[in-house]
Design a protein around this ligand. Sequence first.
Ligand code: MN
Length: 335
Amino acid sequence: MKYLFSVICVALSLNLIAQTYNLPALKYGYADYEPFVDAQTMEIHHSKHHQAYVNNLNKAISGTSLEKSSLIDLMMFASFRSEVVRNNSGGHYNHSLFWEILTPKNKQTTPLKVEFENAIKKEFQHLDSLKAKINQAASARFGSGWAWLIVTPQKKLVVTSTANQDNPIMDVSKERGIPILGIDVWEHAYYLKYQNKRGDYLGAIWNLIDWGVVSEKYISALNDPLLAQIEKDNWPELKEFHRVMSQTFHPSETGNLSPLRNRSGELLAKSILLKNSVIPSPFSNPKITEALSKLEKECSKIHKLNVKKTKDEVLKKKIAEAHDTFHVVQGLCHD
Ligand code: MN
């Protein structure tokens, strides 16, 4: 029994157990959100639309390596995912957040937390101007999508919007950060009651927004390591170098040196751009500067050896060393 328990713990910590996603239960009955959102809309939205995102996500990742990824990882690297995974991981995450922040008016008990109130005052002067800004973003969103209030890696509150089921965690979004409030502006969120009048729905939905829950989300977002991950992911020179490194190093491991033979100049160019790039503030320290210089020297050496048509074995050893140095850089970015 104890052995089995340990095996399960190890499997969980190594992420070996396949993920399946489930529809979260609503905190209240479908009719409790009346009159601002009608019971039928709530029921269809939750039990049909959200359920479909969950089912489609499970189906899309089943039997693939993505079963071992977290939901956040599925979204963080959305640009590398299929449309199905991108739309349904977003659909599941976005709706789960939406249900959490909606509370029937007479059940809203926790007020705005003072830290959050101060942040609102700093960025938007007043709660009403924040609401107006979110409504503006929601009205301007052409077609289906979401309006968001996010915490950026610089720990600022920003209002933004995304199309379809994208969200600001995804690497496909222009403004990135952790969403703490999202308004669904798909027609399925309001059409039965409000028809084409998105503005009326946007006026009413504020009655259901639970500022106590949003305040808690604000405070936990400030301390979430995901903010640093997003910031690192927004370091384009690092991403570019990573792309060329993986496309040349990984084939070399299996004895195929031709990608590296053809692209050693490009690898060197990317290492120079990386060394001269603006290092995002949380990672900016002498260790990382030193590692980036080392990486550039190693890439320069690889290119010179390649031009001199050095043996495969030598090149293979040198690219493995540069790859190790790159891992040092990446490791330093996890602090
Ligand atoms: Mn929806």
